[in-house]
Design a protein around this ligand. Structure first.
Ligand code: PLP
Length: 433
């Protein structure tokens, strides 16, 4: 039995290149992070060999005594990490990732074509919350359920709760979803609870982006108000790539969420759990209860504020004017440029972030903004000082994008310009994903 270098040098070489890219670039994608060696060791372990369909104590295969022990440990740590009472909340740690976790919830509590309301994708929501365009039902969620998105108030960049309330009163959704992929502020959970109660809807929070911040209590706690909370495990939580679903143990709207959700995960939509991921997740959730983790999450927020502050000083427009969490959304339209070009230019200088639509965008293909996140570089030890410098690097990249032909001066800018004259430039409007 050989290690990877001997068994498959081609794949080893690709992994090495990716590792180098990850460590040589400024990683500012808000949904990414660097997980620990301990987590990676668990994910790369023999746990990947085992089939364990079912739940602890109720498996369809033999030989699961240690897998049962692991999954029970992972569940206990998940509830403890989010400060939940085991008598009131349960958790399923088997979802393969965030999108399957969400679809599993919908399958559990809705019938086909029941109505849902989530934040619109161009306003910061996630595909899996029901995205559709006037021409096409894009997400499976919008194919199998009837989706009516709510949106931001474009003048404030905040969720338009009044409009959500009015629309919900008419549309009468069975499920309202809080949570976003690109929203720099806390959700108003009490308000959303009130709206859900008024129309008889379940209230779910998809805390994928902010679950690390929730565990460390540095943002508002969705568990106080929501019936169901889903999350990915690989973003601010800094675990392996996976998902979790938390549910209230008492019936909600006459539905036993525990059995409905567990059955939707298996046998509804999944087969064998990824036990190596559950192992890595258990490691992550133990760490999420430590004082160092809390300090890390405080630093994530503080770094993001430093970044936002410097960007505002440099004259940038931020959606909602700033940030309460780990990301900022910069509206580049006042500068006459788009996020696609800036993303490309910054990529050439090893600054990795993503183009993002901003409220009021005409084209989803060439969005008017960029999304910048602080979790990954905070893991690498960056503080406010480095994030202030990052704002300045981004500013240089933006200036270069604007001036494209090298009108900007200064030696660092000249270095940047060498990249700009690469064959990849000038850019087309084509968006690559
Ligand atoms: N939910 C939110 C809010 C997200 O931002 C994402 C991913 O970015 C997901 C769900 C989907 O997670 P996954 O990519 O693991 O399916």
């Amino acid at each position: 039995d050989h290690g990877l270098s001997e068994a498959d040098p081609e794949v080893r070489a690709i992994i090495n290149k990716e590792k180098e890219r990850q460590f040589k670039s400024l990683e500012l994608i808000a949904s990414e992070n660097f997980t620990s060696r301990a987590v990676m060791e668990a994910v790369g372990s023999c746990l990947t060999n085992k089939y364990s369909e079912g739940l602890p104590g109720k498996r369809y295969y033999g030989g699961n005594e240690y897998i049962d022990e692991l999954e029970i440990l992972c569940q206990k740590r998940a509830l403890a990490a989010f400060h939940l009472d085991e008598n009131k909340w349960g958790v399923n740690v088997q979802p393969l990732s965030g999108s399957p976790a969400n679809f599993e919830v919908y399958t559990a509590i809705l019938n086909p074509h029941d109505r849902i309301m989530g934040l619109d994708l161009p306003h910061g929501g996630h595909l899996s919350h029901g995205f559709m365009t006037p021409k096409r039902r894009v997400s499976g969620t919008s194919i199998y359920f009837e989706s009516m998105p709510y949106r931001l108030d474009e003048s404030t960049g905040l969720v338009d709760y009044d409009m959500l309330e009015k629309t919900a009163t008419l549309f009468r959704p069975k499920l309202i979803i809080c949570g976003a992929s690109a929203y720099p502020r806390d959700f108003d959970y009490p308000r959303m609870r009130k709206i859900a109660d008024a129309v008889g809807a379940f209230l779910m929070m998809d805390m994928a982006h902010i679950s690390g911040l929730v565990a460390a209590s540095v943002v508002a706690d969705p568990f106080e108000y929501c019936d169901i909370v889903t999350t990915t495990t690989h973003k601010s939580l800094r675990g392996p790539r996976g998902g979790m679903i938390f549910f209230k143990k008492d019936p909600v709207l006459g539905v036993d969420l525990e059995s409905a959700i567990n059955n939707a995960v298996f046998p509804g939509l999944q087969g064998g759990p990824h036990n190596h991921t559950i192992g890595g997740l258990a490691v992550c959730l133990q760490h999420a209860q430590s004082p160092e983790f809390k300090a890390y999450q405080n630093q994530v927020v503080s770094n993001c504020r430093a970044l936002a502050r410097r960007l505002v000083e440099l004259g940038y427009t931020l959606v909602s004017g700033g940030s309460d969490n780990h990301l900022v959304l910069v509206d580049l339209r006042p500068l006459g440029i788009d996020g696609a070009r800036v993303e490309k230019i910054l990529d050439m200088a090893s600054i990795t972030l993503n183009k993002n639509s901003v409220p009021g965008d005409k084209s989803a293909l060439v969005p008017g903004g960029i999304r910048i996140g602080s979790p990954a570089m905070t893991t690498r030890g960056f503080t406010e000082k480095e994030f202030t410098a990052i704002a300045e690097f981004i500013h240089e990249g933006v200036q270069i994008t604007i001036e494209a032909k090298g009108l900007a001066s200064g030696s660092k800018v000249q270095e940047f310009l060498k990249f700009v004259s690469s064959p990849d430039f000038p850019l087309t409007d084509k968006v690559s994903n």
